[in-house]
Write a protein that binds this ligand. Structure first.
Ligand code: ADP
Ligand code: MG
Length: 567
């Protein structure tokens, strides 16, 4: 270098982008504003795909879904204070769901924040984020940007995946330093999520338990889907003949019509299983905490999980298998003798018989085609269209729209169903749908309750702006749960009532997308077929009977019972 030439300079913005690129970050989901607008602009100029949202929660949910689908941390970019707080909802949800993401947020001047002098969007964001994520870090010096980003990315994906908060004050982004010195501060992570092998004696303990079982059962959770150990899981399930039940996001890990699926005999399977192997599934509320009467009180549990402290959280775990699912399942296959674990035929037949009964009952219910349209009729139409297109990603939220779609719409490909997840939240819909489309390039169908849709509905502008192949299908019964609730006091809307006959399709057309209104299953079929064939953004407003649906769907028992209001 010429000693007289002025030194090349870099700044915080460039170093953040360089560090992200060095670690293969190819997409950022965010909402711009002070102090991160130039960061988004520069990232885009340097070849990172930037997807701009209308609300930070949705950008955050998109980053989380991207993390789930790719096993790399999804990145969400937010502005200080309110934008940061909006994103925090998604960061907390991602952490609860064990999805890897990093929320990078700009923040106000440290010296003003710390003396509470009243800065623009003043907030101690690091402290605020801490309880809601796996880890929270702050970069306080420009020369620590590389280290901070490496640390955030590794923390998100290693061990149990989760959300990480990374605070970058405005002053750090604007700091200037020598470019050559700056480049030396960056590093590329080596093996960000190392394999974690189980101890051989833990594997043998589990094998023995499974080999002695009369009524073994495997529960596949979204951790199993996340692990991308599809081939190993299939081999273990098929070589042992053990029936399995998929949790909702594990649907499709093995195709829902697999002969060993006990999804359609779920209650019987849980009630009677004597040895249960949990694979990336937690014994939380979604599994009744492993308690009787839903479960056999004498059941013994084997649990595969990367998080050691998950063991015994709800039931004693007789055979804990701590490690990553791929390594653990490989070890189970390797260390068991051929034929040593084999599900007894009597058990398989018992479940098979119950499945056949339940499937027949469901087929009978699906035959009915009443008018006005019910959830079943609309969702059967959706099912039949996407059955022909297994590449379609399904996003699903709502109460009845979630419960019924989960049972009616079968999945055939791993990681193609994204839904309300561990918290059972509303609001993930458009964020997850956008991420699924952006990350996969495949079509997405988002089945949404009309109430659920409202939480992220403005992102239809985002979908139209980026011309994404997302078809939003709204189960519009004009209410939270149902649309026919009455206010017992005056004629104002009841707490659960939404605008009846709202025209979401018209709203969609305002942004240049294609809107459809469907009042019969045949119209749903026609609209969805055409929308998917077009490959562009579309929204189908399905007019559902306002009296269809039950309050709180399948989880009405979670409402505390006091003195009944009204009746
Ligand atoms: P579901 O709701 O489908 O039952 P959960 O979110 O409750 O699933 O459980 C997922 C579990 O999977 C979490 O306990 C998490 O620690 C675990 N997990 C995630 N990724 C892996 C992995 N690669 N290997 C092992 N366990 C994993
Ligand atoms: Mg509704």
């Amino acid at each position: 270098a010429n000693a007289d030439a002025p030194a090349e300079l870099t700044d915080g913005y460039h170093l953040v982008v360089d560090a992200l690129k060095m670690n293969d970050v190819d997409t950022i989901y965010g909402v711009v504003g002070i102090p991160i607008t130039d960061l988004a602009r520069l990232a885009q100029a340097q070849g990172i795909r930037y997807v701009g949202f209308r609300h930070e929660s949705n950008a955050g949910h998109a980053a989380a879904a991207a993390g789930y689908l790719t096993k790399k941390a999804g990145i969400c970019l937010t502005v200080s204070a309110p934008g940061f707080l909006n994103g925090l909802v998604a960061l907390a949800n991602a952490t609860t769901n064990c999805f890897p993401m990093v929320q990078i947020s700009g923040s106000s001047e440290r010296h003003l924040v710390d003396l509470k002098q009243g800065d623009y969007e003043e907030m101690d964001q690091l402290a605020a984020a801490q309880p809601f994520c796996k880890a929270a870090y702050r970069i306080s010096r420009v020369e620590d940007i590389g280290r901070g980003i490496a640390r955030a990315l590794r923390t998100a994906v290693s061990g149990r995946p989760g959300g990480v908060y990374l605070d970058i004050p405005a002053a750090v982004l604007g700091s200037i330093m020598d470019a050559e010195e700056g480049a030396k501060t960056l590093s590329r992570l080596v093996d960000p999520a190392p394999r974690q092998l189980p101890a051989p004696e833990s594997v043998d303990r589990a094998i023995e338990l499974l080999a002695g079982a009369q009524r073994p059962l495997i529960v596949l959770g979204k951790g199993a889907a996340y692990a991308q150990a599809d081939a190993q899981i299939r081999e273990f399930v098929e070589s042992t003949g053990i029936p399995y039940v998929p949790m909702s996001m594990a649907k499709g890990l093995l195709p829902d019509d697999h002969p060993q699926s006990a999804a359609t005999a779920r209650s019987l399977a849980l009630k009677k299983a004597d040895v249960v192997m949990l694979v990336g599934a937690r014994l939380n509320w979604l599994l009744n905490h492993g308690e009787a009467p839903q479960w056999n009180p004498d059941a013994k549990f084997v649990q595969i999980d990367i998080e050691a402290k998950e063991m015994d959280s709800n039931q004693p775990i007789a055979a804990p298998l701590v490690g990553d699912i791929e390594s653990v399942v490989e070890a189970l296959i390797e260390r068991s003798k051929p034929g040593q674990i084999a599900a007894p035929a009597a058990w398989r037949e018992e479940l098979g018989a119950r499945s056949a009964q339940n499937v027949a009952k469901m087929a009978e219910r699906l035959k009915a085609d009443p008018h006005p349209m019910q959830f079943m009729g609309a969702l059967k139409a959706v099912r039949d269209v996407i059955r022909e297109r297994p590449e379609v990603y399904l996003v699903n939220e709502g109460a009845n729209a979630l419960d019924i779609a989960r049972n009616v719409i079968d999945m055939h490909v791993p990681r193609h169903r994204l839904d309300s997840g561990t918290w059972g939240v509303m609001g993930i819909g458009m964020g997850y749908a956008i991420a699924a489309a952006v990350e996969s390039g495949q079509p997405v169908v988002a089945v949404e309750g009309d109430s659920a849709f409202g939480f992220s509905g403005m992102e239809i502008e985002t979908i139209c702006r980026y011309k994404l192949p997302v078809v939003t299908v709204i189960m519009n019964n004009g209410g939270v749960y149902r649309g026919d609730d009455v206010n017992l006091y005056d004629d104002a809307p009841s707490p659960t009532t939404l605008m009846s006959a709202a025209r979401h399709d018209v709203m969609f057309e305002a942004f240049g997308g294609k809107g459809y209104r469907a009042t019969t299953p045949a119209e749903v079929t026609a609209a969805l077929t055409e929308a998917l064939a077009s490959g562009g953004p579309a929204l189908i407003d399905c007019v559902i009977d306002p009296s269809a649906g039950t309050e709180s769907g399948h989880i009405a028992h979670l409402n505390p019972k006091g003195i009944t209001v009204g009746n």
